[in-house]
Design a protein around this ligand. Structure first.
Ligand code: RIB
Length: 294
């Protein structure tokens, strides 16, 4: 069974600010660092650091060589990453004194996926292989349809939620990983139990992991519901915490771990990521998670 993550790769321009800017405000930042990120890349690296062999597919632009190097350095297979003559995807991220962030995203090369490229990538995968997706690339609906046709198991982190998801046939998704906001955007419900019930009604065959910020996470499938709290740490930068959770939880499924242990492993890994700056750099190795003493 192979694992393919078809997703974004971004250069993150991270600015340290006293407080997240309000409309019309100008503020001097205290620091700026450039990190490798992108929900796609972060999740591939989380999978690789958790010990899973993963193929990443996506597009980098002219200044994106460092994104490719980061994949290679962390053991992510790069056979399906293409370089094109466009600017790479990038973000402008503000991180405040409490480690909270806000992210402005420029899609760049991530939005230049062609159907020919999708067909080429998927031709290397088969029934039973896993496909992981987020919503920072174009052609998501086509990728889902083609992968489903092949019998791949589709896992979707619908982040950031936007109209592109409304044309996707989400009944083809086997596992959703969503936060409360995305849960509301998909179901129109705000309360945890109501989000879970609505997802069950809309997508009865799918499992769901709903992350609840400081309140932890909940997993639901046809066998029942499992809950997990968070591990409290001093927050330095929350960027990629959700991606770390996603990669680690998927690794637990691939390794056949019981759901409760998988949620616990993912919660520990994301707590460590929150305690460090940056995106891919903040994601811990499996040994660090297991030996963290949490
Ligand atoms: O989830 C965090 C990621 O979101 C950042 O690395 C940034 O690139 C944005 O895609």
């Amino acid at each position: 069974m192979k694992v393919l993550n078809f997703g974004s790769l971004n250069l993150d321009y991270v600015y340290q600010v006293e407080s997240i800017l309000i409309p019309g405000e100008t503020q001097a930042s205290k620091d700026r660092k450039i990190f490798c990120g992108g929900k796609g890349l972060n999740q591939s690296i989380a999978l690789a650091k958790a010990g899973i062999s993963v193929f990443h597919a996506g597009m980098i632009g002219e200044e994106g060589d460092i994104l490719l190097e980061t994949c290679r350095k962390n053991g992510v297979n790069t056979d399906f990453i293409r370089k094109i003559q466009e600017p790479s995807g990038h973000t402008v991220i503000q991180v405040d004194k409490d480690g909270q962030n806000c992210i402005l995203l420029f899609g760049g090369s991530n939005r230049r996926i062609t159907r020919e490229f999708v067909d080429e990538v998927l031709s290397a995968f088969e029934k039973g292989d896993i496909l992981l997706l987020q919503n920072e690339i174009n052609e998501l609906d086509y990728i889902i349809d083609q992968a489903y046709e092949k019998g791949m198991m589709i896992i979707l982190n619908p982040s950031p939620y936007d109209k592109a998801l409304e044309v996707c046939d989400l009944t083809k998704v086997g596992l959703f990983l969503v936060n409360e906001i995305e849960g509301f955007q998909i179901t129109g419900e705000k309360e945890t139990e109501k989000i879970l019930a609505k997802i069950r009604e809309l997508y009865p065959k799918a499992a769901i992991v709903l992350t609840l910020g400081g309140d932890g996470s909940v997993y639901q499938d046809e066998t029942g519901i499992y809950r997990q709290g968070i591990y409290k740490v001093k927050a330095v930068d929350t960027t990629a915490a959700g991606d770390t959770f996603t990669g680690y939880f998927i690794s637990s499924i691939i390794n056949g771990m019981p759901v409760q242990e998988g949620l616990q492993l993912a919660a520990k890994a994301s707590a460590i990521a929150v305690s460090r700056p940056g995106a891919t750099d903040s994601i811990p190795l499996r040994e660090e998670v297991v030996n963290s003493g949490m």
